[in-house]
Ligand binder design. Sequence first.
Ligand code: SAH
Ligand code: SF4
Length: 470
Amino acid sequence: MKQDKTLPPEEIERQYDYMRRVREWNREGLKACVLTFGCQQNEADSEKLAGMAEKMGYTLTETPADADLIVVNTCAVREHAELKALSVTGQFKHLKEKKKSLLIALCGCMVSQEHRKDGIRKSYPYVDLVFGTSRLYAFPELLFDCLLTRRRSFCLDAGDEGNIPEGLPSARKSKSRAWLSIMYGCNNFCTYCVVPYVRGRERSRRREAILSEAKELLETGCREITLLGQNVNSYGKDLYDGYDFADLLREIASLEGDFLVRFMTSHPKDASEKLIDTIAENAKIAKAFHLPLQSGSNAILAAMNRRYTRERYLSLVEYMRKKMPDIALSTDIIVGFPGESEDDFEKTLSLVREVKFDNIYSFLYSKRKGTPAASSPDQIDEKVKGERFQRLLAVQDEIARQKSASLAGRIETILVEGRSKTDDTRLTGRTESNRLVHFIGEDGLIDRKVRVRIDRGEPHALYGTLLDKP
Ligand code: SAH
Ligand code: SF4
């Protein structure tokens, strides 16, 4: 049955009321620090947490030691991400010893797992507030309760996972680029993945809400909108008859203004020719496609429950390149999934050589508690995983090196993001195809579009010369 899963507006009003009450309760001049681990969805959620913190009277800071409230938004997709969040949280113990009034909150995917609850309760007694992804909107109420009672609060209940909060404030990090969540959750249950367990079932935002947020972003100077969902191709299946992701993309691209739309992530089993045609036909949709492959072996794809084959993946790539010869392709690959033989891994390498991706995000398989693959008896030895990982990197590095070198001499329009993290004499921005470009320029160009001539390409970045100012 089609169902609108928007949270009742009264619930959001109640939270605004709590934001006001926290502001009145607190003394002035308090600071909040929101730290984010994980994917773009978490970054988007953190902007909401920061937005709520601002409405509660906190000024935002990036330095935990200056903060009166620290919020750690965690990730659970790989063990490494969990360990990092826990180790960072561990470092806050001494901050709390120095400043007794400091409040520490843990939220997001890691703490949405029931089995984490006791560990955090016992080993992190200085953490005051813990809430799962389904309770993000209730942050003001939970925080107010903590302030009032000075009791620890654990709110992990994912029972009403379906509710989509509309109208929460957001403190966006960039003026020119914005995340726009179009749906939450995932129904796919890939056998390695924890996301469906920590973010619940798929639910789409109402299209009117998405379009009005997009318009508002454009009116306030945004030049690039990235639509977010775990599998954007499923957008609308739970809502509108016939109105799908391609329709939404086309409608957003038809809004007025000079901007680009991006999206992530697509699932190969659902990526349609209609979607590819829509991208090809609309100048405002970036010619870049992130299409997670995971493995080039049909046996492993089946064991992962991915529900497509190597052949289907290759035919999608062929269709995309027929329609858009210059499209930039990126992908995710998992190395060392249980049961992956040398022959399976070679199939991944051969597909990588054949497609020549512009960029690959490769991951060592990480066991996730509660997922089917974690209990497989065919786990791959860590050393073998590591060697395969290095081989994949070497193959891709050579492809990326050749691709980048071939771009020298091209003129690219880029949206300037800020100072380069490795060389502060240079500015950094991305081309439409999502390639990072570094060039010398002034701070005044940040958040603007400029033309740059590419001088040279290294595997993971391009270097260019500024041609003109906007
Ligand atoms: N919904 C998106 C992204 C999910 S998580 C999608 O389906 O593409 C992002 C990436 O993390 C996945 O594409 C996968 O490559 C990787 N990943 C997920 N679970 C993992 C695990 N248990 N071990 C290693 N990598 C994993
Ligand atoms: Fe995880 Fe698969 Fe869903 Fe992506 S599609 S979030 S990999 S279960």
